[in-house]
Every structure is written in C-alpha cells, then in structure tokens.
Design a protein. Structure first.
Length: 453
C-alpha cells in the first residue's frame, strides 16, 4: 500500500511540474525515412540511431493505416485520421464526381487534401508560430489556403544535406519562430523496392547510409545548439516485403481489360467497373486464391477504408508478397501497401527531446496516435481524430502512466503486503484468543464463587 501511495504521489508530482520548461515555446521536428520497416532495427546495425534511442524513446512497432502506402500514411501521421476520413486514400486516385485524377506526381490540387487539416496548418493558426517543411507529402500544397511559412517544392533531387541545412536554418532564424518542422527522405523505400528487403547485402549498405544521415542530423542539431531543446521524432510511413516473379496475379487472365478502369494497381487494386459491377466482381473473385476481392460495402471494418467517394466500387487486396499485374513481368522486388496488420508493413518510431523520457522502450502504438501526442507537445488543441493520446503517455515526461510490467509489479506488491498483513492479523488474533478460555474459566470461577459461597 505504501509503495502504491508513493508511486501515485510521484506521478502527481511529475504531472504538476513547474512551468519553467514552458517559458520557451516547445519545438518539434518530425522526420520520416520512407519505407523504414520496423525490424530493420533488429536485423541491421544502426549505431547513430541506437545512440539517439539510448537518450530518448523507442516504439518498436507502429501500426499504420490501410492501405500501407506513402501518401496516405504520411497524411495520417499529421492528421491523426484514417484514410477514409482524411481523403488521401491512395497514391493514385480518381474522383467520379469531379472527374479529377491524383497521383504522386500530380498532387498539387488542394481539392484532394482539404478533407483534413494537417498539424502544420493548425500550428500556424496559433499566434506567433510558424511551420516549416523540408518536404513531406502535402507541405507544398495550399491546404485550406495555407502552406507552411517555409517550404520546398517536392523534388527528389534535393540532397539530404540541403534539406537538413535549410530546415535547421528555418528552425533557428525565423520570426515568428518555427515551432513545427518536417524533414522527409526517400530512402530506404526506393532501395527496398529495387532490391527487396531480403537482399541483405544491398540493404546493409543502404541502411548504413540512413544511419549516417541520422548521425549527420544529430551532429548538426548539436553544433547549432538545438539538440537539448528541440523535440525530434524519427519515424516512417510503412515497411516493405519481398516480392517474387513466382507470386504474380495477372488480371488479364481473368477479365477483359475493357470492362473496367484500373485506378490503382498493386498490392491493393482499385477497380472502377465500366458497366456491370456484379459481372466484374464475379470474374475477379475467382481470379486468384492469393488475393481478397471486396465490393466497397463489404470491405472489413478493421481497415477503416470504406466511407469515402475516392474508394472505388471494388478493391483487390493481394496476400503478402504477391503482386497484381496486367500481363506483365514483376515490376519490383519489394513492395508495401498490404494489410496493415502485417508486421512487415509496420514502421518504428524513435524520439528525443525535453518532452520525452530517456532510455524508454515501448512495444506499440498506432500511427494515428502520433498526432494527438504532437499536439500535446506543441500545446495545440487537437482537431477531431482517430488517435488515442493515452497510448503515448508512457513516452512523455509530463504524463503519469503505468505500463504493464509496472502494473503487474504493483499488483503483486500490493498482494504481498495484504497477505503479510492478513497473516499478521491472524497470528495476533490467535495470540489474543489463546488466553481467552482461561479468562472465561476465571470468570466462571469468579461467577461460580458466589454460588459456592
Ligand atoms: C509560471 O509562469 C509564470 C509566467 O511566466 C510565472 O509568473 C510563474 O512564476 C511560473 N510558475 C512556476 C511554478 O514556475
Ligand atoms: C508575438 O510576438 C510579438 C513580437 O515578437 C510580441 O510583441 C507579441 O507580444 C507576441 N504575442 C504573443 C501572444 O506572444
Ligand atoms: C536552401 O537554402 C538555400 C540558401 O537560402 C537556397 O538557395 C536553396 O534554394 C534552398 N533549397 C531549397 C530546396 O529550397
Ligand atoms: C514552387 O513552385 C511554384 C510553381 O512551380 C512556384 O511558383 C513557387 O515559387 C515554388 N515555391 C517554392 C517555395 O519554391
Ligand atoms: C499477354 O502478353 C503477350 C505478349 O507479351 C501476348 O501474346 C498475350 O496475348 C497477352 N495476353 C493477354 C490476355 O493480354
Ligand atoms: C488492354 O489489352 C490490350 C490487348 O489485349 C492492350 O492493347 C491495351 O493496351 C490494354 N489496355 C489497357 C488499359 O491496359
Ligand atoms: C450484370 O451482370 C450480372 C451477372 O452477369 C447479371 O445477372 C445482371 O443482370 C447484369 N446487370 C445489368 C444491369 O446488366
Ligand atoms: C475518425 O475520426 C473522424 C473525425 O472525428 C470521425 O468522423 C470518424 O468517424 C472516425 N472514425 C472511426 C472509425 O471512428
Ligand atoms: Zn514505396
């Protein structure tokens, strides 16, 4: 009980720390290395990233959102919404009503983004705060008529160094100050597609380069005096799995390509039938045992992928490692987009800074939980979202949380104390009750005495 009281008390005290640390506006840099599969961390060496984690926190698996593609997941991280609710439901989309097309190369029409409000916009609605972006899907688009105050047009040819230099310059020199910033890098996604995650030799080289970039990032922040006060989150949008020429699903073998339009191909195909949905569905349903075929209204609820006009009438979901093609050979040795319950699709999350514990490891959170956590760190009121702030409390120094091992410890401790107390009480009772028969006898004797007398 005492242990419990002490723990509760220390929790309260940490919960009510003074506001001295809040005198400077909190700042947050959100970094994404595209396609950084969670278990790369276990299977390869990352000396710089491990140092970062040693002084910060690690979430080993982040359960991301379906479909596990780049644009949809990056937008979920910064809005806390499932894809059906933020409207970026794929890297390639078609809107039947407006007849507009979206692709990762043609993404600048705010129409696609305006169903949600990303955190960089909300941050700028606060007085005296600006946001900056060294790329991140959507940051070069005027979403609700607002871009970050400082941003770059997307271009994969801008080096990591230039992105890092410019974002740190903005973090230091701007007025009103930049309090939220993003940094995006295309690897290890590009190499994961090219070689496949099972190509250990090439992935070793690529992941070493990523670790060196993290080393550069930390070094730069230290040199600039940003390291102690800046909160840094390093995460990713999705993982990667191995594909094979032996695992192809060829739609042309099952259905005439003139009966439907293909909005998105693999591993989740978005099918827009031209005339008869039932007919197209019936043909696709029996096409391959290695993919699930859903009418829009039957898409499993756990995907949270149904209630949006941009989700097509039929979707095909390939099994892990299978590739949907149109009478073509295998396009990539690695891919993602599959079922978000597959651990190969999950990224990780690491963080460092005054808002985060030091040396703490956590099993899992959802990618939609990142948004309410970031809002909390920045002191922003989160917009309605699908995340749960409680899931991230154990990561944050200003929150009181009991994780499972601690809870089990407390329960066992309390049980031990209770058992001991009960034992003591029983012994005491026994001791007290031992003399009783004698006293009764004595009393009886006393009582009897007058009778005898
Ligand atoms: C909190 O901040 C206010 C204004 O900056 C200051 O007057 C007050 O003393 C601070 N309180 C604590 C506990 O630091
Ligand atoms: C915003 O910044 C300006 C100039 O730096 C300052 O005068 C003003 O008080 C600030 N407003 C708030 C609400 O902090
Ligand atoms: C980065 O900053 C430099 C110096 O201000 C500028 O010349 C360059 O265009 C910036 N790079 C990008 C991609 O915006
Ligand atoms: C981005 O590109 C547009 C059009 O190409 C241009 O007008 C704008 O100045 C660019 N913005 C930045 C920040 O480079
Ligand atoms: C598939 O492609 C081959 C040539 O690459 C062609 O001969 C064949 O007719 C095509 N099949 C279908 C169903 O389109
Ligand atoms: C449909 O298949 C024919 C050959 O069977 C091909 O010429 C045509 O390009 C295909 N159309 C699409 C949209 O793939
Ligand atoms: C669509 O196809 C199904 C199955 O082939 C058929 O039963 C149905 O009558 C068709 N509907 C229309 C509107 O053509
Ligand atoms: C996700 O959040 C949005 C905004 O609050 C809400 O409209 C939607 O119903 C939520 N989705 C689920 C599955 O709860
Ligand atoms: Zn990718």
């Amino acid at each position: 009980m005492k242990l419990l009281v002490i723990l509760l008390f220390s929790g309260l005290i940490t919960g009510c720390r003074g506001n001295s640390s809040h005198s400077l506006p909190p700042k947050l840099l959100l970094v994404s290395f595209d396609g950084f599969r969670a278990d790369y961390l276990q299977n390869y060496e990352f000396p710089h990233l491990q140092n970062f984690i040693k002084e910060g926190i690690l979430v080993e698996h982040v359960k991301n959102v379906f479909i596990t593609k780049t644009f949809p997941n990056h937008y979920s991280i910064v809005t806390g919404l499932y894809e059906e609710s933020h409207g970026i439901v794929a890297n390639s989309m078609y809107d039947v009503i407006t007849k507009k097309h979206f692709s990762d190369l043609d993404d600048k029409d705010p129409f696609w983004w305006n169903e949600a409000v990303p955190i960089w916009v909300t941050n700028q609605l606060q007085e005296n705060r600006s946001s900056a972006a060294a790329m991140w899907p959507g940051t070069d688009v005027p979403i609700h008529n607002t871009t970050p105050s400082y941003f770059m047009n997307y271009s994969s040819s801008v080096s990591f160094e230039e992105r890092l230099n410019n974002i740190t310059t903005w973090l230091i020199n701007s007025n009103p100050p930049v309090t939220f910033a993003t940094l995006y890098w295309e690897e290890p996604d590009a190499s994961g597609h090219k070689y496949g995650p099972e190509d250990k030799e090439n992935m070793y080289r690529v992941l070493k380069e990523i670790d060196d970039l993290i080393g550069e990032l930390v070094h730069k922040l230290k040199v600039l005096g940003l390291w102690e006060n800046l909160n840094v989150i390093i995460t990713s949008d999705h993982g990667m799995t191995q594909c094979s020429k032996d695992r192809l699903i060829n739609l042309d073998r099952c259905i005439d390509n003139s009966s439907y339009a293909l909005i998105d191909l693999t591993p989740v195909a978005a099918v827009l039938p031209k005339i008869n949905t039932t007919e197209v569905y019936n043909k696709l349903k029996v096409c391959s045992p290695h993919m699930n075929v859903y009418l829009k209204e039957d898409i499993p609820a756990r995907f949270h992928y149904q209630h949006n006009n941009r989700i097509q009438p039929i979707i095909l979901v390939a099994d892990e490692g299978w590739t949907i093609v149109l009478n073509k050979s295998l396009p990539k040795l690695g891919d993602h987009g599959y079922d978000n319950s597959l651990s190969s699709m999950h990224p990780f999350l690491a963080a460092h800074g005054p808002a985060f514990h030091k040396g703490y490891k956590h099993n899992t959170i959802n990618s939609v939980d990142i948004y309410p956590m970031m809002c909390h760190i920045l002191g922003l009121k989160p917009r309605p979202n699908n995340g749960t702030f409680g899931h991230t409390k154990c990561l944050l120094v200003d929150q009181w949380c009991i994780n499972l091992p601690e809870a089990v410890g407390i329960v066992i401790g309390a049980l031990l104390v209770l058992t001991t107390l009960t034992g003591l009480i029983i012994i005491m009772q026994n001791r007290l009750s031992v003399p009783r028969p004698f006293s009764r006898l004595q009393l009886q004797e006393d009582d009897d005495d007058p009778l005898i007398e």
